[in-house]
Design a binder for this molecule. Structure first.
Ligand code: FES
Length: 251
């Protein structure tokens, strides 16, 4: 099994009010089949054996589904592989002897809690302000009772692939949450099921985005480039249309 030796420069920060610093660690004989998070597990095991504090990092499914993991690796959110979450990034994408710099997602709206862990609750508050449909649905309707063109359902499903990891925000020079918010708005606006509250949804979610101190979009496209789910910035154009419609209809 091929293995590599690496040097890690990892951001260490005790809590949200302390100053952080990069610390260096050497790791030898890392299997190239390991995921990035498994490599961090190995590091933490070594640190624990030496009675040192392990590196705190977020993770849950480790299958690219939940959106919990995330860090900036060598300057790129989720690392060098396009369309890949940190948990799905494998060590075969790094060279023997390479120095790998790991730091948390940084943005005005994301506070570093400890090491690589950040507070992403601002994204939850955007969803709470409009990313839902509050309507009594009754029993499960017959599957074919609401016909939806396949192209439309594809677009809605593509938007619904957003896992809310925050890579788009960490990569945007404006710290904008437009890609995230636009995906959540699109998945509802495109489908008949999302029509209740459609008019006020974009208004409310954009207002919350501003309150949470996310920046605006200036078409840098960094968000699209790092999105592990390849969410398109075309969704941002849809968000802008939804927002404008809300204004023109007097909301
Ligand atoms: S841990 Fe769930 S997406 Fe990475």
């Amino acid at each position: 099994m091929p293995t590599i030796n690496i040097k890690l420069e990892i951001w260490r920060q005790e809590d949200s009010i302390s100053d952080g610093i990069f610390e260096s660690y050497n790791l030898n004989d890392i299997s190239t089949d390991m995921s990035f998070l498994e490599m961090l597990d190995v590091l933490n095991e070594e640190l624990t054996h030496k009675n040192l504090e392990p590196v705190a990092f977020d993770h849950d499914c480790r299958e690219g589904i939940c959106g919990t993991c995330g860090a900036v690796v060598n300057g790129i959110a989720h690392g060098p592989e396009p369309g890949t979450t940190l948990c799905q990034l494998h060590m075969r994408h790094f060279k023997n002897g390479e120095t790998i710099v790991v730091e948390p997602f940084r943005s005005r709206a994301f506070k570093v809690q400890r090491d690589l862990v950040i507070d992403r609750s601002s994204l939850d508050r955007i969803i709470q302000s409009g990313g839902y449909v509050s309507v009594n649905t009754g029993g499960t309707p017959e599957g074919n009772s609401i016909p939806i063109p396949s192209q439309t359902s594809e677009l809605a499903m593509d938007a619904a692939a957003c896992i809310g990891c925050g890579a788009c925000i960490a990569s945007c020079p404006n710290g904008s949450a437009m890609l995230f918010t636009s995906a959540k708005i699109s998945q509802l606006a495109l489908l008949p099921q999302g029509q209740p509250e459609r008019k006020e949804r974009a208004q409310n979610m954009v207002r919350t985005m501003d309150l949470e101190r996310f920046g605006n979009c200036t078409n840098e496209k960094e968000c699209e480039a790092v999105c592990p789910k390849n969410i398109s910035i075309r969704n941002i154009a849809r968000l802008n249309r939804e927002y404008l419609k809300g204004i023109l209809t007097g909301l």
